[in-house]
Write a protein that binds this ligand. Structure first.
Ligand SMILES: *Cc1c(COP(=O)(O)O)cnc(C)c1O
Length: 456
């Protein structure tokens, strides 16, 4: 007889009702409350000890979560949460996340997870097609852009080592990664993990990395270059590097090109914005985070490889206990990144794509760009505000005339605490600014007006 934790008793049956009812209530809630951070002492006082030798019971734990813990978490899908890159999962994706959790699926190997992996691969194929990568390309869903970038750059180093090996040249004493100053913080974090240096390649006035500057750096650094990271949608401004010229140089000089489209990749769904991404098809690897602008729940980053065999050579883990899986063949997602055990985290995204169709994605992404465009126009018309950069993708960056860093901080804290909005200050050219990032199709022009009015 299993112990009570593994028995679906009558008590658990009623807990199941309560859990599903609660999840359904949150899914239907509109508008959602913004939520509010609380101190550790406040939460401790409100909840009391929750992990005890006897347990406090599921109903009580659920009640504490509903009444004390959940309200102390910000709703990232709140329509006036415009900080960082928010998240606004579709209704179908949220529902399917419950199912992924209720099945015991091992998403690391085809042998164990074929059905789930087949579905995930359908979603990945949509993304590789949007990028224009070749038919043999493919990838895996990892936890986030940070893991995606690190796994991709380990792949870049593998390619650089292989190339020097082929040419009979020695490995350099130190590797150097080329990227722009606007690359995401996770790129330098990955470089630190890998113990490689980063060289910032200068951009033009428009902040786009271009081929000639990359080539000049390759000329200077030679075999020390481990790869190039171009960004398709920088986090602060939404700028897309000149992927065509960077890609051409990387191809000609046999240097690995990784394109970080964690945020911006979603704009590939819009024919009118696709030209900004020309050249992405030359990438050796690409990341796109469906948990950013493609309406998947956390956490979900698509890591795409032009040459999956190369990724396998770099990332497959080997051990006696894994031989059976490795010999069995098929598409083993474990082979394509730094991980082994894996939640089939691409399934909610797949279910949503299957439910609504890709045209609905195009329309929803377009709706957010339209609101961003109108927000930029409203800011330009507001005498107390100044647009510091032309709207790019769905990001709008502006300043409140006359404000210094402390004023921005105070406004952000007040807007959060009175439940109006969550918009944190950022920095542009050394100056504090405000930044809106629109990924939530529920955000309306009226929501933007509420925020703009509160800045008067
Ligand atoms: C958000 C972001 C990342 C990091 O992704 P996480 O999923 O937060 O780890 C990487 N690159 C860019 C351009 C991003 O915007």
């Amino acid at each position: 007889m299993p112990e009570r934790m593994h028995v679906f008793s009558e008590e658990i049956d009623s807990l199941a009702d309560a859990v599903v009812r609660f999840a359904r209530w949150r899914a239907r809630l509109d508008p959602v409350p913004l939520g509010r951070p609380r101190t550790e002492a406040e939460l401790e006082a409100a909840c009391g000890p929750t992990v005890t030798p006897e347990g406090i019971g599921g109903q009580r734990a659920l009640q504490l979560f509903a009444e004390e813990l959940a309200p102390a978490c910000l709703s990232i899908d709140h329509r006036r949460y415009l900080s960082f890159v928010p998240n606004a999962p579709t209704e179908a994706a949220v529902l399917f996340d419950l199912i992924v959790g209720s099945f015991s699926i091992y998403g690391g190997s085809w042998l164990e997870g074929a059905g789930a992996i087949h579905a995930e691969n359908e979603a990945l194929r949509w993304l590789t097609d949007l990028c224009g990568l070749p038919p043999q390309s493919g990838g895996v869903f990892v936890a986030g852009g940070t893991m995606g970038n690190l796994s991709a750059l380990v792949g870049a180093r593998g390619a650089a080592e292989a190339r020097l090996g082929r040419l009979g040249r020695p490995r350099p004493h130190r590797w150097i990664l080329l990227t722009s100053s606007a690359a995401h913080s996770s790129v330098s974090a990955a470089a630190r993990v890998m113990d490689v240096d980063v060289e910032v390649v200068p951009c033009d006035e428009d902040r786009r990395l271009r081929g000639p500057a990359v080539e000049a750096a390759i000329d200077r650094l030679g075999d020390r270059v481990v790869g190039v990271v171009a960004t398709a949608g920088t986090t602060n401004l939404g700028v897309v590097d000149d992927l065509a010229s960077v890609g051409e140089v990387c191809r000609r000089r046999e240097v690995f090109l990784h394109v970080d489209a964690a945020y911006g990749g979603a704009a590939l769904t819009l024919p009118e914005l696709r030209p900004h991404f020309a050249g992405i098809e030359l990438a050796d690897s690409v990341i796109i985070d469906p948990h950013k602008w493609l309406f998947s729940p956390f956490d979900c980053c698509a890591l795409l490889w032009r040459d999956p065999d190369h990724a396998r050579a770099v990332h497959t883990q080997h051990a006696g206990y894994l031989d059976f899986l490795n010999d069995h063949g098929g598409w083993n997602p474990s082979d394509f990144a730094i991980h082994l055990t894996r939640r089939a985290r691409g399934l909610p995204f797949w279910f949503s794509l299957a439910t609504y169709g890709t045209d609905a994605y195009t329309n929803a992404v377009r709706a957010t760009v339209t609101v961003a465009d109108k927000a930029a126009a409203m800011i330009e018309e507001s005498p107390h505000l100044h647009l510091v950069w032309p709207r790019a993708l769905s990001i709008v960056v502006f300043e409140r005339i006359g404000w210094e860093a402390d004023d921005y901080q105070a406004w952000t804290v007040k807007a959060l605490h009175d439940g109006t909005a969550f918009v944190v200050p950022s920095i542009h050219d050394g100056r504090p600014v405000l930044r809106f990032c629109f990924v939530n199709p529920r955000t309306s022009v009226e929501d933007v007006a509420v925020i703009i009015d509160s800045l008067a």
